[in-house]
Design a protein around this ligand. Structure first.
Ligand SMILES: [Zn+2]
Length: 75
Protein backbone atom coordinates (compact mmCIF):
# COMPACT_ATOMS: atom_id res chain seq x y z
CA UNK A 1 0.00 0.00 0.00
CA UNK A 2 1.42 3.38 -0.99
CA UNK A 3 0.55 6.91 0.03
CA UNK A 4 -1.99 8.53 -2.31
CA UNK A 5 -0.31 11.89 -1.89
CA UNK A 6 3.42 11.22 -2.14
CA UNK A 7 3.79 7.55 -3.07
CA UNK A 8 5.73 6.52 0.03
CA UNK A 9 5.28 2.93 1.08
CA UNK A 10 3.07 2.80 4.14
CA UNK A 11 3.96 0.49 6.98
CA UNK A 12 1.38 1.34 9.62
CA UNK A 13 -1.80 -0.02 8.06
CA UNK A 14 -4.94 -0.34 10.11
CA UNK A 15 -7.69 -2.71 8.99
CA UNK A 16 -11.17 -1.24 9.24
CA UNK A 17 -14.13 -3.31 10.41
CA UNK A 18 -16.40 -3.53 7.37
CA UNK A 19 -18.87 -6.12 8.61
CA UNK A 20 -21.59 -3.45 8.78
CA UNK A 21 -20.75 -1.96 5.40
CA UNK A 22 -22.77 -3.56 2.65
CA UNK A 23 -20.76 -4.12 -0.51
CA UNK A 24 -17.39 -3.38 1.09
CA UNK A 25 -15.11 -6.39 1.17
CA UNK A 26 -12.04 -4.89 2.81
CA UNK A 27 -10.91 -1.48 3.98
CA UNK A 28 -7.58 -0.29 5.31
CA UNK A 29 -6.41 3.05 6.59
CA UNK A 30 -2.85 4.21 6.90
CA UNK A 31 -1.24 7.44 7.95
CA UNK A 32 1.77 8.68 6.01
CA UNK A 33 4.46 10.09 8.27
CA UNK A 34 6.25 11.62 5.30
CA UNK A 35 3.48 13.98 4.21
CA UNK A 36 0.96 13.74 7.07
CA UNK A 37 -1.85 12.47 4.84
CA UNK A 38 -4.24 9.62 5.47
CA UNK A 39 -4.60 7.08 2.70
CA UNK A 40 -7.52 4.69 2.44
CA UNK A 41 -7.66 1.49 0.48
CA UNK A 42 -11.15 0.10 -0.02
CA UNK A 43 -12.19 -2.97 -1.94
CA UNK A 44 -15.70 -3.93 -2.83
CA UNK A 45 -18.52 -3.10 -5.18
CA UNK A 46 -17.78 0.18 -7.02
CA UNK A 47 -20.96 1.89 -5.81
CA UNK A 48 -20.28 0.84 -2.24
CA UNK A 49 -16.67 2.01 -2.44
CA UNK A 50 -17.81 5.38 -3.79
CA UNK A 51 -20.34 5.70 -0.98
CA UNK A 52 -17.63 4.80 1.53
CA UNK A 53 -15.38 7.58 0.27
CA UNK A 54 -18.30 10.02 0.25
CA UNK A 55 -18.96 9.19 3.89
CA UNK A 56 -15.29 9.60 4.74
CA UNK A 57 -15.17 12.99 3.08
CA UNK A 58 -18.28 14.13 4.92
CA UNK A 59 -16.81 12.93 8.20
CA UNK A 60 -13.50 14.63 7.54
CA UNK A 61 -15.06 17.77 6.08
CA UNK A 62 -12.64 17.64 3.18
CA UNK A 63 -11.64 15.54 0.23
CA UNK A 64 -10.08 12.38 1.59
CA UNK A 65 -8.48 10.27 -1.07
CA UNK A 66 -6.71 12.85 -3.16
CA UNK A 67 -6.84 15.81 -0.85
CA UNK A 68 -3.61 17.73 -0.53
CA UNK A 69 -2.52 19.97 2.26
CA UNK A 70 0.60 22.04 2.43
CA UNK A 71 3.35 20.90 4.74
CA UNK A 72 2.69 21.80 8.35
CA UNK A 73 4.15 25.14 9.25
CA UNK A 74 7.19 24.96 11.48
CA UNK A 75 5.84 27.98 13.31
ZN1 LIG B 1 2.62 10.54 1.86
Amino acid sequence: MACNACGQALADITPVDTTALRGIAQAFQAHCAACDQDTWAVRGEPAAVRAFYDALEKAAGQQVQLGKAGPASAA
